[in-house]
Design a protein around this ligand. Structure first.
Ligand code: FE
Ligand code: FE
Ligand code: ZN
Length: 276
């Protein structure tokens, strides 16, 4: 069975997201660990976290995805910003141990002119201060569209980060279909070729989650603007091939399309109808 869900607001708490996901026909979901701009998180409600853990187990959810605030930049040129990112991520990971065994996705960062190599080095350095041998959460690097000075638009960049991380077994990758398409990978006409390339460069065993999005822009545009499924340049046929691909079909798929809950419910139902 397809494991699919969508991005949900966390304002009503952890267990409320689980119940919303069930109402939408989802068996996974994603949420921001705190305000996407990275402000302080509320005090953790451990009973609420435990209630979500129970619900996930009882209802047979696939792993869920906690998304780091996108303002964090482990490879900023300012030491203060790098430290803030590392401290925030470490705090997120401590909190996530109350919902054990899930995924924590983050945008690798923007090197802001320091160059990709320096960016890769700083990101890996940051991760080496954040990861703990006893953590149960797997930390995911998200594939990026490569806009501006973003690191992670090429599979090679993600591989270079992974190679420098000491606790590599705590790390994985989340593939965002809009980002890789905008980054120049032809998932519409050559999905097999792109996945072969992913396997050669990173290794498919590292792939832990998919962000399932259409794109408002043509392949290679380096833009990163998500579109509803079937209304963009990726298109429904390609998305159908993605959710049915033997290398991907067992992964959790998360929608980050421009929708409110009814739109998400419809897209979840649509993708379920297109899988065997
Ligand atoms: Fe993201
Ligand atoms: Fe994404
Ligand atoms: Zn995006």
């Amino acid at each position: 069975m397809l494991h699919i869900g969508c991005h949900l607001s966390s304002t009503k708490g952890f267990a409320a997201m689980g119940r919303t996901a069930l109402e939408l026909g989802a068996d996974t979901f994603q949420f921001f660990t705190r305000n996407p701009r990275g402000s302080r998180a509320k005090a953790l409600d451990t009973a609420d976290a435990a209630a979500l853990s129970t619900l996930l187990a009882e209802k047979g959810f696939a792993p869920i995805v906690a998304h780091a605030p996108y303002i964090l930049n482990l490879c900023s040129d300012k030491e203060e910003n790098r430290r803030f990112a590392a401290e925030t991520m470490a705090d997120d990971l401590r909190r996530l141990e109350h919902i054990p065994g899930q995924l924590y996705n983050f945008h690798p960062g923007s090197h802001v002119g320091q160059g990709t190599e320096r960016g890769v080095e700083l990101i890996a350095q940051g991760l080496n201060t954040i990861l703990r041998p006893d953590q149960s959460t797997t930390v995911l690097l998200e594939t990026m569209a490569g806009k501006g000075s973003e690191v992670g638009g090429r599979f090679e960049e993600l591989r270079s980060i992974l190679d420098r991380v000491e606790l590599g077994e705590k790390m994985g990758v989340c593939l965002d279909t809009c980002h890789v398409h905008d980054g120049g990978y032809d998932i519409v006409n050559d999905l097999d070729g792109v996945l072969t390339e992913f396997d050669r460069v990173i290794g498919l065993e590292r792939l832990k989650a998919i962000h399932l999005n259409d794109s408002k822009n043509p392949q290679g545009a380096a833009k990163d603007r998500h579109e509803c499924l079937g209304r963009g340049h990726i298109g429904l046929e390609a998305l159908e091939r993605i959710v049915n691909h033997p290398a991907l079909r067992d992964l959790p798929f998360c929608l980050e399309t421009p929708n409110e809950l009814p739109g998400y419910r419809a897209e979840i139902e649509l993708m379920r109808s297109l899988t065997k």
